[in-house]
Design a protein around this ligand. Sequence first.
Ligand code: GLN
Length: 296
Amino acid sequence: MQEPWTVKSLLEWTTGYFRRKNIAEPRLEAELLLAYVLGIDRVGLYVNYYQPVNQDERSCYREIIKRRVQGEPVAYLTGKKEFFSLEFDVSPEVLIPRAETEVMVEKAIAIGRGMGGSLWVADVGTGCGAIAIALAVYLPNARIVAIDISSAAVELARKNARRYQVHDRIDFMVGDLLTPLGQDNAGLDIVVANLPYVPTNEWENLALEVKEFEPRIALDGGADGLAYYRRLMPQARQCLREGGYILVEIAWNQGPAMLSLMQHFFDEVEVGQDLAGRDRVVVGRKGAESPANQVL
Ligand code: GLN
């Protein structure tokens, strides 16, 4: 008689299969998907390592594995993604939070702690709300406004905020960049933004699982990738208080272009790197006068 399939043997088989299909983290993904199918967490897999997995569960797992090897991201299959040690619900209407974005969040938290007192922070293009919610959790004196052009994204972000009990400190708004705040000097302390920054002509080179499954509206940043940031800068300058900070995420090769764009509006502009040592975040500070008060 054939040995029954166990958690262990299923994981081993799937890891090998994923490796042959060139999935970057085969064991991790096999675990995330099996835990999802069994309705347990990854620790639970090890607690039940030698337990048999029944036929219904196996056929459900098989279906999901099939979708995964066709390119569908794990986060959309499970509806969840971890970011900054928090877990967020995600859907195909929002970009999946990326580990490299944690650099910008860390810098914003450090800046916020340095400022002290009560803070007012805007997260522009909030998506599933990961950045806004991480900031709310780690900056307990902050009030956050989280804005997205997609009402589906804002709904999801609101749900994620409730899970971490920070919804009473986050104002969610649907709208374009900072325009929902109006034209007046809003007196923000910090603006953070991970806007679409992929140049349109690089779209075809993106990994299949990105270009076929993630929302283009959250990725395509126009001809040079900086179209949204070009519109954001004058608005951010208007909405920040004097001495306030702006932090934006960029691609590895956009540092010099972003630096020169932001220097038109902000002082102390600096490019920071991610854990891979690549340019990833640009920070600027609003001085008394705009260095070159021109609209680009
Ligand atoms: N880092 C993302 C990617 O390369 C892009 C995110 C963005 O455009 N803001 O897939």
